[in-house]
Ligand binder design. Structure first.
Ligand code: FE2
Length: 277
């Protein structure tokens, strides 16, 4: 096995592990790498939908997305599609997946199907490091507070993407929940800064103005490049990220004459998480 670190902050590209092998032993090896690097990538993994599902089930029950319709044959697989002429793509700002749920996603297994010749990299940011390096005054103010996460940030996710379909019935009000701003990782025991630009709307127990000012500073801090890594996709690459301890950002740099005019397609499976504490 070879491990190539992607940046000084997080992320690794792993070779000589076969993801068709969904045995417990292989899972243990992969999960150890996941906890260590927080996001891991495996190139040239031509796995089927069934193999992707079998691999994912090692982490726990799979999740159906609240808003986006899955594949007819495999509803637990969401196909993320950016059509040729679309400038925008799903997930194009800093977020953790479905943090508005009571139990946000534990991990995501994403397989690239079609990748444009240029554009569409994904960035990840390490939220353990974000907590460690956060301004001490801000830490003191937020360490025991909770924040409201709302799916209203996800509305634009559904109807604005030509190649994707939402569920027929949607209830945005259902998906607003409170989580601790600093959560403890259930497997490593590490502290994690658990708010994000897309879904976190308010700090409970602070005046709106003061809370908003602090959130703005935190969001800027989380986006610091020295906390991140950036991955350049090739087709048939599988990414696994720990959705509890990283933020991610799918860069929509599809500008005319360069990135525009190409499809980008990914198959996503999410694993159920637990309630942050
Ligand atoms: Fe996402």
């Amino acid at each position: 096995m070879e491990v190539k670190l992607l940046s000084g902050a997080l992320g690794a590209e792993i070779s000589e592990i076969d993801l068709k092998d969904s045995s417990k032993e292989n899972y243990k090896k992969i999960n150890k790498l996941l906890l260590e690097h927080k996001v891991i990538f495996f190139r040239n993994q031509d796995i089927s939908h069934e193999e992707q599902i079998a691999l994912a089930q090692n982490w726990g029950p799979l999740e159906n997305h609240a808003y986006v319709k899955g594949l007819d044959k495999h509803p637990e697989i969401v196909r993320i599609v950016k059509t040729k002429e679309e400038k925008n793509q799903w997930g194009e700002n800093w977020h953790t997946d479905v943090s508005y749920n009571v139990k946000p996603t534990k991990a995501v297994i994403l397989k690239s199907i079609k990748i444009p010749p240029v554009g569409g990299d994904t960035c990840f940011s390490n939220m353990e490091l974000a907590w460690e390096t956060l301004d001490e005054n801000i830490k003191e103010k937020i360490k025991d507070k909770k924040a409201i996460h709302s799916s209203l940030g996800a509305e634009f996710f559904i109807d604005n993407y030509k190649g994707m379909t939402g569920h027929k019935e949607r209830n945005y009000d259902e998906y607003s929940n409170e989580h601790p701003i600093v959560r403890t990782h259930p497997e490593t025991g590490k502290k994690i800064l658990y708010v994000n630009w897309t879904y976190t709307k308010q700090i409970i127990g602070l005046k709106k103005e003061e809370g908003d000012e602090i959130l703005k500073k935190i969001f800027e801090h989380q986006a610091r490049l020295d906390l991140t890594c950036r991955f350049n996709w090739t087709e048939n690459t599988v990414a696994i990220w720990d959705n509890r301890s990283v933020l991610h950002y799918a860069i929509a740099d599809f500008y005319p004459g360069r990135g525009l005019g190409h499809e980008r397609i990914m198959d996503r499976i999410a694993i159920e998480g637990d309630q942050p504490h």
